[in-house]
Design a binder for this molecule. Sequence first.
Ligand code: HEM
Length: 587
Amino acid sequence: MAIFVGLLVLVALISYKTFSSFRLRRHNAEQAALRGCQEPAKAPRKGFLGTGMLVESIRATRQEWGPVWMHQTLNSIGETIHTVKASVADYDLIITRDTENIKAMFATQSQDFDIGTHRENAFKSLLGLGVMTTRQERWKHSRALVRPQFARDNLADLDLFQRHLDALLQRIPRTEDGWTAKVDLSPLFFNFTLDTGSEFLFGQSVNSQTPEKTPAMWEANAPDLRNFGHHLDAAKHMIDRRGALTKYGWLLRDSTFPKHCKAVQDCVDWFVKNRLERGADDEKVIETPSGKPKFVLLDQLAKDTSDPLELRCELLNILHASRDTTASLMGWSFYFLARYPDVFKTLREEIIDNFTANPEAEITFNKLWACQYLQYVVKETIRVVGIVPMNERAATCDTTLPRGGGADGLSPVFVPKGTQVLIPTYSMQHREDIWGPDVDEYKPERWQDRKFGWDFIPFGGGVRQCLGQQFARTETMYVLARVLQIFDQIENMEGPGPIKMHHTIENRSGTGVQVRLHLASTESNFCREQPTSELKLGRALGLGADRPMVAPPTTPAAYCRDEERQYEPKLDDLGLGVDRPEEVMVV
Ligand code: HEM
């Protein structure tokens, strides 16, 4: 009897599912016809229930070429096809790298699109509900809370960067011949941005580069601040793995994940509690060496809300958005400088012309942003690697995208409510029809006089545009400027091999940034003298100093420069603001 009832329920369920899916398909077909839409090209359906593409994409990500795989897969469907529909099991999604569609989702039809539920679901255990993770009315509330803080002029604090850069440089051991030991700069940048980010957000740095500076009273009263970075990385690793499975991410379980999330949250709660105990008006005005009051985001947010959970979530959302992205950008910048000596030379000349070779000479925000070649290097680095190589939106109602349907790809495409639309920014930034036949070359000069709009959206665009792009670019440019004052040569210490893109949410070099640097002045005390035991210490610090020296540097074939190019700087690129109308693209 029980079996009979069970079977009956199963048949009823299957019938209901079949009927609803039939009704939905008919509804979608009617709506598409009414709106003059045509079907886009289809990605080949491979493997069991069409999961082949998903498996391929996960494999490519593991092999550290995920963004390139996506680009090649789209090109294999058609180099002139920029919008496709892909199906995995019962799940249809659209992938588009068409600039008209991007503009529609971010600007002209932005009311019909928002981030999907995946971002919120994937991140909420760690970050809670904040500006990165929420949608609709809840997101408007968060954005209204944090945006005014980012709309200030010159938000980035150069003194803050300098203090933590000093600590970073002390991590690099020098040898007797004026060169540093071989060093992997990548982990150093991740610690650096954790330290600058935590100080910017909480008012006090977690000092991941200099744990010995942690105040003694913290040791007694605080949660596990020393391992803040470790817990953050471990929790994010799990989120990345879940994210790769899109809607099926919940299938992955890891018993340590909640512990890491809790450890991170405990640390932030501790900062928030200390701040709230002082009362909203008790803002300690600390003057930085440049005479500017120190900006602390927590102080500012505490004026608007005293809800500890809300404060924790917003701060963590921003820390997540800022730390790894900016560290990746710094790492990649040096990765390419080590492979393009002529770019390094041109950039260094510009830095010395503007700021002298004295690494203690003042660098101001305005002068930094006036360095054109420096900006080109940063933009080209972002273009070539796509720091956030994939963005996404989901339709909040039945709607359309203006292009991609029909044989010529020029008809609108119907997008049913709930459909996820992937935006492969890396692929957009490698479209030959937009960037020219030298698209795969690393060539900062291409940015001279280049106007761009919806074809270059590394910081998103429209109402949900990144709030920290000015901060990230200032921090990266500052580090580049100072390091190039101190060092006059950089050498790639990695063996030959293809570029590896370790794509989690952001994209960092999968082989690290293995270099050695030459001090411009032998008097310089910017690095530590290297005792004989230093190689072992280097390993403990994750510097890679003990790794075997490898073959002389080679340039990855895809990024060969075929000729010397002349460059003349032009001053046209100082507009930064998140204050501009949201539709204007400013990068
Ligand atoms: C190279 C560094 C960075 C890159 C490439 C980057 C890129 C992005 C991208 C692609 C988005 C998503 C936009 C969307 O959903 O369409 C975003 C959002 C965001 N970013 Fe950044 N970001 C960087 C650094 C930063 C920094 C340093 C901060 C803060 C100090 C920051 C704060 C935010 C915030 C708060 C959001 C959420 C905006 C919203 O949804 O309303 N980002 N960023």
